[in-house]
Design a protein around this ligand. Structure first.
Ligand code: A2P
Length: 331
């Protein structure tokens, strides 16, 4: 069945399923994007700091040379948290475009509301001697947003938006913008359904994209390996009995049911996978519809903020940044 799209306030159509690429390694990404294109994906989500834009670009270039049309693709990338200042917006977008081999992206997001100083020698945040991240306390999201608007006017981004901002931070941008955010991308899955933020975005004509829509299995190990940061209670969403009961009754995978649940609730999803079979199956969610009763059962799994996986505390010291978005959840 055909891919559904959401009409953004910018006028663009955004496919409701995209391929997430966080943690997709540069060397595997080119082949993965090809598999995804062949499986029907047209929406790809990356970020400057995923370091796989070049590989995505190579695959896209090949696909375009074989007759694919640029206007059929929807490419999202993001301004890194160490480039969160007005003077860096155009620079980082140009770098992303160069890596992707494109002259525009469909959606450019401010990746995070807080900002770090950039390391002098690399595209990473600078780290203090005690291991904490060097905070950029001068950062002004509204001033950054003004530069984001200029990217739309210059044709480098068709739509612009925000990621990991809380409601009052989004409101602040809305109050001070000429071009409104078309999209907000946040952690969202059955255990953390983001009802207040979704209601707020609906009222303001902002589409919502769910990252980690299947609960990011695998991220616990990543946190430990990369940041030596352990999460004690990492939710096992895919193993939940209610979900598994619905999935087996329908002969669908638990991941397909989770993705369908989000999409049926009006959310755009970007499941990440580098496994060919899972890439293919994660987009096969348009040949069934969950009943009201099934939707209610899945809605009841919501534990909202208690189930947040990405609180960013693995960036040591981030909670001291004035724009840290989840201050009210700190114990
Ligand atoms: P893999 O890349 O090996 O498929 P999320 O998008 O919620 O962050 O989840 C991404 C994680 O979920 C990755 O570890 C990915 O591993 C795994 N994953 C992706 N699709 C599925 C699926 N259909 N069933 C189980 N795990 C999946």
């Amino acid at each position: 069945m055909a891919m559904q799209t959401v009409k953004l306030s910018s006028g663009q159509n955004m496919p409701v399923v995209g391929l997430g690429t966080w943690q997709a390694q540069p060397e595997e990404t080119e082949a993965i994007i090809k598999i995804a294109l062949d499986s029907g994906y047209r929406h790809f989500d990356t970020a400057f700091n995923y370091n796989n834009e070049e590989s995505i670009g190579k695959s896209i270039k090949k696909w375009l040379s074989e007759g694919g049309k640029r206007e059929d693709l929807f490419i999202t990338t993001k301004l890194p948290n160490f480039g969160n200042r007005p003077s860096d917006v155009e620079k980082f977008l140009n770098l992303s475009l160069q890596r992707l081999g494109l002259n525009y992206v469909d959606l450019y997001l401010i990746h995070m509301p807080f900002s770090f100083i950039q390391d002098k020698n690399s595209f990473t945040p600078a780290i203090n001697e005690d291991g904490s991240f060097m905070l950029d306390l001068e950062s002004q999201p509204v001033a950054v947003w003004k530069e984001m608007e200029k990217q739309v006017k210059a044709g480098r981004a068709k739509s612009i938006g925000l990621s990991n901002f809380n409601i009052s931070q989004i409101q602040n941008i809305l109050n001070n913008s000429e071009i409104k955010p078309s999209n907000v991308q946040v952690e969202l899955h059955a255990f953390m359904q983001q009802k207040p933020l979704r209601d707020f975005c609906k009222l303001n004509n902002i589409s919502v994209t769910a990252y980690s829509p299947i609960g990011s299995p695998g991220t616990k190990a990543h946190f430990q390996a990369k940041y030596n940061y352990s999460v004690e209670t990492f939710p096992d969403l895919l193993g939940h009995p209610v979900l598994n009961q619905i999935a087996s009754a329908r002969n669908k995978t638990p991941a397909q049911v989770l993705l369908r649940h989000a999409v049926q609730g009006g959310v755009i999803v970007i499941p990440k996978s580098t496994n060919p079979e899972r890439i293919k199956s994660n987009i096969q969610i348009f040949d069934f519809k969950l009943t009201d009763e099934e939707m209610d059962k899945l809605n009841a799994l919501d534990q909202d903020k208690n189930m947040r996986i990405f609180d960013f505390l693995f960036f040591k010291g981030v909670e001291n940044h004035p724009n840290y978005p989840f201050k009210d959840e700190l114990h």
